[in-house]
Design a protein around this ligand. Structure first.
Ligand code: MTE
Ligand code: MO
Length: 202
């Protein structure tokens, strides 16, 4: 049976090769990838997280308020469009449902636009943020997120290439219409399903 080098490496590392989406290779470390430079925070006294748009009750939480919300954790595989995949990444943080209880999305809200520092945005259907293993993460692999990985807060959206998982998250916009984000406007796929290799174009 034909086995690609990438698939063999996954086997050698002791994983089921079925976990590797097409055109990806396994990396054991956690690469850093973003456009521009990482946000650096001296303190979080002016940090806020907004939930706004197609909601009944727009909210803006301080870091202290955010940290009072119930917390959860999960483990998942992440897949970057530049072809690296990292397995079994543990994330800890707050699930969207805790924010949804406060902001109460309208029934018309079907899309989410994540807003990050420096104008970065990423769009996903609301259904993807509602998944059990989606997360607003403060920790990765057991540690407080490194500045390069999105400290103090990043999104984690399973089932999409990792560019949908905005680092340095500052806002969640709900919308009845889809609005292409930063990479999507740049020519990347709107849907970004790694299993269908939806990398570029529509
Ligand atoms: N704010 C912001 N978030 C971002 C990006 C970015 O450019 N800016 N790049 C995305 C891309 S392409 C990837 S692969 C992941 C990388 O996350 P990591 O550096 O923690 O591996 O962050 C995503 N989130
Ligand atoms: Mo990426």
């Amino acid at each position: 049976m034909f086995r690609s080098k990438a698939e063999q490496k996954v086997r050698d590392a002791g994983y089921d090769p079925a976990r590797l989406p097409p055109g990806q290779y396994l990396t054991e470390k956690w690469p850093v990838l973003h456009a521009g430079s990482a946000a650096r925070y001296r303190d979080l006294s002016t940090w806020t997280l907004r939930v706004f748009g197609d909601v009944e009750n727009e909210i803006e939480l301080s870091w202290a308020q955010f940290n009072e919300l119930p917390r959860t954790s999960n483990v998942q595989d992440i897949h970057c469009v530049t072809r690296w995949s990292k397995f079994d990444t543990k994330f800890e943080g707050v699930h969207w449902r805790e924010l949804a209880k406060l902001a109460r999305p309208n029934p018309t809200a079907r899309f989410v636009i994540a807003h990050a520092e420096a104008g970065f945005t990423a769009n996903v259907p609301l259904a993807f943020l509602e998944q059990d293993d989606a997360l607003l993460a403060t920790h990765g692999d057991g540690e407080v997120l490194e500045p390069d990985h999105g400290y103090p807060l990043r999104l984690v959206i399973p089932g999409k290439y990792f560019w949908k998982s905005a680092k340095w998250l500052r806002g969640i916009e709900l919308s009845s219409i889809d609005k292409p984000g930063f990479w999507e406007r740049y020519g990347y796929s709107n849907d970004a399903d790694p299993w269908k290799e939806e990398r570029y174009g529509f």
